[in-house]
Design a protein around this ligand. Structure first.
Ligand code: DOR
Length: 462
């Protein structure tokens, strides 16, 4: 361990002391000249009562604790806006404690959790139950989506305004769980109820049903992107954009996988659409992933061929993509080893997103600043999260501290998720999250959690 938290010997209690000062690191800060840009600066960050109170130099003498970030980069706390933590009902795969532990070990300071639990999060009672559970178990900050159904549309205006709710989620095509709103009429009604950004899993249910028979009598997982083909995703996204146009409702298209959907977003700049891609779709490709990983590579929407993967990278680089999520979707090894297509779709990701993306930074595929935009600033802006997303005086003191030079191998044994595996097992990366700080508390350092779960719900501007 090279960087430590130091408690200076002499302490004088005084109102101008700081609880914590981060010093010696290169910080990624908003540019004072242009709020859309970043700059890197070797400055100290002073923290009091969980908030950033000063950015500058000369604070160390007044610090009760000093985090020595020499040789490291200090980023705003990175946020994962798509995880499935399975509690309640499916705790044999994951729960809120194990899921959020994986988050902080991977340098993630907060998560948005998905509604396809058991029961699904479709009522005020189910949302309150999740918030109650998270209040004692969550290592990271959190918020929960409520799931839309064909029947609960008129309750959504009220539900999406509940504290701790990050918005409404629509599954247009069926995936894990029972949530489904596949008909235009019903999607339209959901979009008409409420004002906040609606997150959508865009796969066309009718086409999924039609194409299921293509799997034949001896299905193989390498047919997954043939069954759930690119047209299945494109068709759903086209329908969704047409509805969003009509209703003028902000939408968030989750885990986009095709070149053609990216072109649709480029042509629809007059509506408020935010776009998510996943590290899995940027890193793996068919057919190789299915040959190497079998059903462990199975997810919805599927990992596709290199043409689509390269198009996703172009969209990351030209600004079409708004943010990155992990779609952390754990299933046990026993479940994943069932013969395809009985094997469930989904893979872990919350703990590996930061190292995998730092490796892409090291390979020159995106800049560190663009990564910070995709994982901190844009999630906070798109979902109107209060006091997060940037290292700025007044914001919460959430930081992801990374070592850009560390070379490490991702292994199953590092994974905190109850299911205990990652599709990136064996991948050597350059770049590693070495500390996670939330509201001024050091909660992870050098692969160890510190303290007890103290995560709080995100607050939103409504
Ligand atoms: O692969 C997936 N797994 N895609 C989804 O949409 C759901 C997720 C899960 O919950 O398992």
């Amino acid at each position: 361990m090279t960087n430590t938290l130091k408690t200076p010997a002499k302490q004088t209690a005084s109102a101008d002391r700081f609880d914590l000062v981060l010093s010696g690191g290169i910080c990624v800060l908003p540019s004072p000249h242009d709020p859309d840009l970043f700059e890197r600066a070797e400055v100290e960050i002073a923290v009091r009562d969980g908030r950033i109170v000063a950015i500058g130099t000369g604070f160390v003498a007044k610090a009760d604790q000093v985090f020595d970030a020499k040789g490291l980069h200090v980023l705003p706390g990175l946020i994962d806006t798509q995880v499935h933590f399975r509690e309640p009902g499916l705790e044999h795969k994951e729960d809120l404690e194990t899921g959020t532990r994986g988050a902080i070990l991977g340098g993630i300071t907060g998560v948005f959790e998905m509604p396809n639990t058991k029961p699904p999060t479709t009522t005020a009672e189910a949302l309150a139950d999740k918030l109650q559970r998270a209040s004692t178990k969550s290592w990271s900050e959190y918020a929960f989506y409520v799931g839309a159904t064909p029947d609960n549309a008129t309750t959504l205006t009220e539900l999406e305004r509940q504290p701790g709710c990050c918005g409404v989620k629509i599954f247009m095509g069926s995936s894990t769980g029972t949530l489904l709103v596949s008909e235009d009429e019903h999607i339209h009604r959901v979009l008409q109820n409420g004002r906040r950004r609606v997150a959508v899993h865009a796969e066309d249910e009718e086409r999924l049903r039609e194409r299921r028979e293509l799997l034949g009598t001896q299905p193989s997982v390498s047919q997954h992107p043939l069954w759930r083909d690119d047209e299945t995703a494109i068709r759903a996204t086209r329908r969704l954009l047409a509805l969003a146009h009509k209703v003028r409702r902000p939408i968030h298209v989750l885990h986009v996988t095709t070149a053609e959907e990216m072109d649709l977003f480029r042509k629809n700049k007059d509506i408020d659409v935010t776009v998510e891609v996943l590290p899995q779709h940027l890193t793996l490709s068919a057919p190789d992933c299915y040959e190497r990983l079998g059903t462990y590579a199975q997810m919805n929407p599927p990992i596709r061929d290199a043409r689509h993967r390269e198009a996703l990278w172009r969209a990351v680089q030209d600004g079409t993509v708004t943010l990155l999520g992990s779609d952390h979707a754990p299933h046990t090894r026993e479940e994943k080893q069932k013969p395809y297509p009985e094997s469930p779709s989904g893979m872990t990701g919350v703990q590996t997103m930061v190292p995998v993306m730092l490796d892409h930074v090291a390979q020159g595929r995106l800049s560190l600043e663009r990564m910070v935009e995709l994982l901190a600033r844009n999630p906070a802006r798109a979902f109107r999260i209060q006091r997060k997303g940037e290292i700025r005086v007044g914001n919460d003191a959430d930081f992801t501290v990374v070592d850009l030079r560390a070379r490490r191998t991702i292994t199953d044994s590092w994974i905190a998720s109850r299911c205990g595996w990652t599709p990136f097992d064996g991948m050597t990366v350059t770049g590693w999250p070495c500390a996670t700080i939330i509201r001024g508390q050091l909660v992870m350092q050098d692969d160890q959690t510190l303290g007890t779960p103290q995560g709080q719900p995100f607050a939103f501007e409504l």
